[in-house]
Design a binder for this molecule. Structure first.
Ligand code: COI
Length: 359
């Protein structure tokens, strides 16, 4: 494993950084440091902790034309004793490499990914928020920097980690969902399970429609029959039907959410039955109208758990959930946040303590 070279200007910059805003929002503030590493000649070169700065890119860099790019989203929490912990970062490391393989990009050894995350967290320790529900959001990403207009996998890449002290992704109200019945996000054999910019780009046209219709999030259905629920693009979906959780099973068209997995584990440990299966939107709408489905929620790293208020269909009919701040979702949300922030015992291996440096 390569050590991360610490640049003194980066240390000076982070020492002076503080955020006093009572409403951190999501991604509004970014720490003035970043980790950076170059991949060239078939291997990862040095890793550096640098002052945050623009990335110089040749206009012919392949990422700008062919979208060869992957990223991760992960959270870091301050515990009551002031220790700092990353939440399940090994899972992000594994998913990063899964995405890298799918996008013909080089893998980053898991221990190197963890080391790089640990270093930026250790230096950004004072930027890890103190209030419950807030965290330091890490955004590791990799882009193809090789210059050339030919469509072929690049041989040069840049890996970067930036860090953002963040609060809630949503402003607080429960979320209005728009059901997208025409456009699709991903198809079997495609890149839907990879965390790559293309999937998010594919969602934006429909997102604009979603917002114009007064909704907050787009729900994607399967590409073949347009009836099975997949995900929301930035979050996974769960419905509580007859007291049990139902969530689309993971396949190659859905992002394998770490928050989704954690919630399933917590729910099962709390005795709530979780069904991972194919679910049609029509089944959820029918169950909602019959009050058998009284709550539904979205889950993701940034969003944590966001309750659903309603579903809007293509013909603009709206079906409201009876409990837009449902008990099951809120209970799981509280438990997850308690575990992440060191207020409840974490299952083994879920918290990764960040080294404590004096600098
Ligand atoms: C995350 O939850 O970390 C994501 O990458 C999704 C995005 C909506 C912020």
């Amino acid at each position: 494993m390569k050590n991360v070279e610490i640049h003194p200007e980066a240390v000076e910059r982070i020492k002076k950084f503080s955020v006093t805003d009572a409403n951190l929002g999501f991604g509004k503030y970014v720490c003035p440091i970043m980790v950076q590493a170059v991949y060239d000649k078939g291997e990862w070169q040095r890793f550096d902790l640098l002052p945050y700065a623009s990335i110089p890119l040749d206009p012919c860099a392949k990422v700008l034309h062919y979208g060869q790019e992957i990223f991760e989203g992960m959270k870091v929490f301050r515990h009551p004793d002031d220790s700092i912990h990353m939440f399940r970062p090994e899972m992000n490391a594994k998913r990063f490499n899964f995405s890298a393989r799918r996008m013909a990009m080089p893998e980053l050894p898991e221990e190197q990914f963890l080391e790089a995350c640990d270093v930026i967290c250790a230096y950004a320790k004072n930027a890890v928020p103190r209030r419950l529900g807030e965290s330091l959001y890490l955004r590791p990403f990799m882009i193809a920097t090789e210059v050339g207009m030919g469509i072929k996998p690049a041989k040069q890449f840049l890996f970067v980690i930036i860090a953002s002290p963040s609060g809630s992704y949503f402003s607080g109200d429960s979320v209005k969902v728009y059901i997208e019945r025409e456009e699709i996000r991903s198809a079997h054999g495609g890149i839907g399970a990879a965390k790559t910019g293309g999937n998010y780009a594919a969602s934006l046209n429909s997102y604009a429609k979603t917002i114009a219709l007064g909704c907050d999030q787009t729900m994607w259905l399967d590409a073949f029959e347009h009836k099975y629920i997949e995900e929301m693009s930035g979050m996974n979906f769960m419905a509580v039907i007859d007291g049990e959780i139902h969530t689309p099973e993971i396949g190659d068209t859905i992002l394998d959410g770490i928050t989704r997995k954690s919630i399933i584990d917590i729910a099962r440990a709390e005795g709530i039955k979780v069904n991972e299966r194919k679910i049609t939107i029509d089944e959820v709408l029918a169950a909602t109208k019959e009050d058998r489905c009284v709550e539904a929620f979205l889950c993701g790293t940034a969003a944590v758990i966001a309750p659903v208020a309603s579903f809007m269909d293509k013909d603009k009919t709206v079906v409201h959930l009876k409990e837009p701040n449902g008990k099951v979702g809120m209970r799981l949300r509280e438990k997850l946040i308690d575990i992440q922030s060191g207020r409840a015992e974490a299952p083994k291996g879920w918290l990764y303590p960040v080294r404590n440096l004096n600098f």
